[in-house]
Design a protein around this ligand. Sequence first.
Ligand code: PGA
Length: 245
Amino acid sequence: MKRSRSLVAANWKMNGSRTVNEAWLKQFNAHKNTLACDVVVCAPHVYLHQLRNALSADEIGAQDVSQHQPGAYTGDTAAEMLKDTGCGWVIVGHSERRQGHGETDGTVAAKAERALEAGLRPIVCIGETLQQREAEQTHAVLSSQLSAVLERIGVQGLARGALAYEPVWAIGTGRTATPEQAQEVHAALRAQIGQADRVRILYGGSVKPGNAAELFAQPDIDGGLIGGASLVAADFVAICAAVPK
Ligand code: PGA
């Protein structure tokens, strides 16, 4: 028996088109009522309006947000704007942004805080690289990434959103953490958070219809953040359906 309803989030990354999205939403909506979990679809900013026609705000997420208040930040999107567009959630600290856009633990914490200030629920991503895992630094790395966020938004803030453990070596590589590896990390993260049952901890990294059930069956895994496999509506539905009832 899980502590609260599981959450499965789709992270489309920089994929989609109006035509492709429309077909995806139609297919997904045909199955949505059968699912026993909460669902969020995180789309590129330019398509958030399109999602609004098919999903409720609780089911719509962005993939990034500015750490700044509205103002002179060309190309950025403020948390208030995402909220105004009909978004309920936003991913912060994805490893593709930490690595490719130089986001530090401080930036990620500031983004999570801005999201909450605007009434958005942050999905805060943390994860270790392969090099860090092999050097047995996994727990130290995750612990400091998590601390930076907790110092800024507290357990209460994190509980409004979710924490996502995404080992960098498992993202888009087809190499998934074993259920035991993921469970071990999730249990440690839950212990660090302290008020154990208040925060949903998602697993992300090469989750597919074929491996979702065994991951979601772990006691400390409360759902998933799904990249590549979320692009095919039928696969995403199958992954959501793997959540224990
Ligand atoms: P993946 O990506 O499912 O394609 O590994 C997960 C993520 O980056 O959120």
